[in-house]
Design a protein around this ligand. Structure first.
Ligand SMILES: *Cc1c(COP(=O)(O)O)cnc(C)c1O
Length: 451
């Protein structure tokens, strides 16, 4: 522990001030800064099971779970033992190792991918999948959906152009127009927009990338029309035009279900993506991610094929050991427990908000869910954006004050783990009524301001 003033200023505030002096915004990933909800981010010093402990000794039930990875809860004893044993054998060799083969085998066994390449972050996985799709097809255009996040890849940090089927503009300074001028950004769940894009640019489209069930604008499930799911529609239209369908399961993989979001649609509808990306849960809390897919496509990758891709720490023995231990422990019972805990929290949250008169929509994809503070059904980024962020901020802080750590942004999924037992769920349920009341008050205030 760093030396801290024993005065009345909370340790998190002291640390945040120090952090801001040496790191932009005091954080190493923007959403951690609490900008969307206001206030000082809590610096955590320890986590065990479903609970986080901050540097001021406050305890919180964790509904973020490191943004998804901690499927088994924090510091799971068996994962910890496997990691400690791995560390004792040395932390990186720069050679092939046993756990990376076993992790690849585990992923191939659970998903429709035939071959996999390990990398260190979800960003690297999607960036590499797109390069591979372009190399394999010899085409250059990429389609993505507004509100879907695929990491901070230049070509995917794009905003829609001036009309449908027009090329995108950079979504942030620092991304040159030349990096997004081959990207088309379409509204999610909009089949007509996808058809129009393929009609106009079909010959040039290398791939379409989508979150398998978007979670980065809050959870927005792929819609179904006449029993035909949106992902199945995308897989089919890509196939028809010779483009690759990339399903980004960095968040949903091994989380939404045992087989990810694909276990909710493709498995039953009988289609498979050409490429898939994974991360978060498969690293068991360490930096590990992957992209994989059809053998024919993956064989285009170096060293067997011409498309270059590499990584000094890819398949790191400690990270792959943690991921492998996590996936091996993630049994059907684990998913059943998380699903039932999610049902309890969803129902109680909805009931508390209804009682307080707060408009809301709860949406789920398998065990992942989120709560939108709106009365509009959420099907895409435009409808997700109707969420009342002031009401969410008040709700968030009321929950935090009562020992529940929600995502510090209204546009995120809530994550549970197999360690969320009756104690942890009870603490969440106890905090809800007053937090719902706080949301109601903030929501009324913000409406008055708008009037
Ligand atoms: C988190 C996430 C990424 C990026 O992963 P990082 O490890 O943060 O680079 C990519 N795609 C999706 C769907 C994600 O949720």
């Amino acid at each position: 522990m760093p030396t801290l003033d024993q005065g009345s200023v909370p340790a998190s505030e002291q640390l945040f001030a120090r952090a801001k002096a040496v790191t932009p915004g005091g954080v190493n990933s923007p959403v951690r800064a609490f900008n969307a909800v206001g206030g000082t981010p809590r610096f955590m010093r320890e986590a065990k099971g479903a609970w986080l402990t901050d540097v001021d000794d406050n305890r919180y039930v964790d509904l973020v779970c490191s943004w998804g990875p901690m499927l088994l809860g924090h510091a799971h004893p068996e994962v910890q033992a496997a990691v400690q044993a791995a560390v004792a054998r040395g932390t990186s060799y720069g050679t092939p190792t046993v756990p990376e083969v076993e992790l690849a085998e585990e992923i191939v066994a659970r998903t429709p991918v035939e071959e996999i390449r390990l990398v260190s972050s979800g960003t690297e996985a999607t960036m590499s999948a797109i390069r591979l799709a372009r190399g394999f097809t010899g085409r250059d255009v990429v389609i993505k959906f507004a509100g879907c996040y695929h990491g901070h890849v230049d070509a995917l940090l794009a905003s829609a152009g001036s009309g449908l089927a027009t090329f995108a503009v950079p979504g942030t300074p620092g991304v040159p127009a030349s990096s997004t001028e081959l990207t088309l950004v379409l509204p999610y769940n909009d089949r007509a927009a996808v058809e129009a894009a393929f009609a106009e640019h079909g010959e040039r489209i290398a791939c379409l990338i989508t979150e398998a069930a978007p979670g980065n604008m809050g959870v927005v499930p792929p819609g179904s029309v006449d029993g035909r799911g949106f992902n199945g529609f995308l897989a089919e239209i890509c196939r028809r035009h010779g483009a690759l369908f990339i399903s980004d399961e960095v968040m949903t993989g091994f989380r939404a279900t045992r087989e990810g979001a694909w276990g909710l649609d493709g498995k039953h509808e009988g289609w498979t993506p050409d490429l898939m990306t994974f991360g978060k849960v498969m690293g068991g809390g360490f930096p590990a991610a992957a992209f994989g897919g059809r053998a024919e496509v993956m064989q285009t990758l170096s060293p067997v094929g011409p498309v270059y891709q590499a990584g000094t720490l890819s398949g790191n023995p400690v990270a792959t050991t943690a991921g492998l231990a996590t996936l091996r422990l993630a049994t059907d019972e684990v998913y059943a427990h998380i699903a039932s805990a999610a049902e309890t929290v969803k129902a109680a949250t909805s009931e508390a908000l209804t009682r307080a008169g707060v408009a809301h929509v709860v949406q789920a994809a398998g065990t992942m869910f989120s709560v939108f503070f709106t009365d509009t059904p959420v099907t895409d980024f435009a409808t997700a954006s109707t969420t009342d962020v002031a009401a969410y901020a008040a709700f968030f802080h009321a929950m935090l004050a009562r020992g529940v750590y929600l995502p510090p942004s209204a546009y995120e999924a809530w994550f549970l783990s197999s360690a969320h037992d009756d104690d942890a769920i009870g603490a969440i349920l106890a905090a809800l009524p007053e937090a719902a009341q706080a949301a109601a008050e903030a929501s009324n205030t913000s409406r008055e301001v708008v009037r």
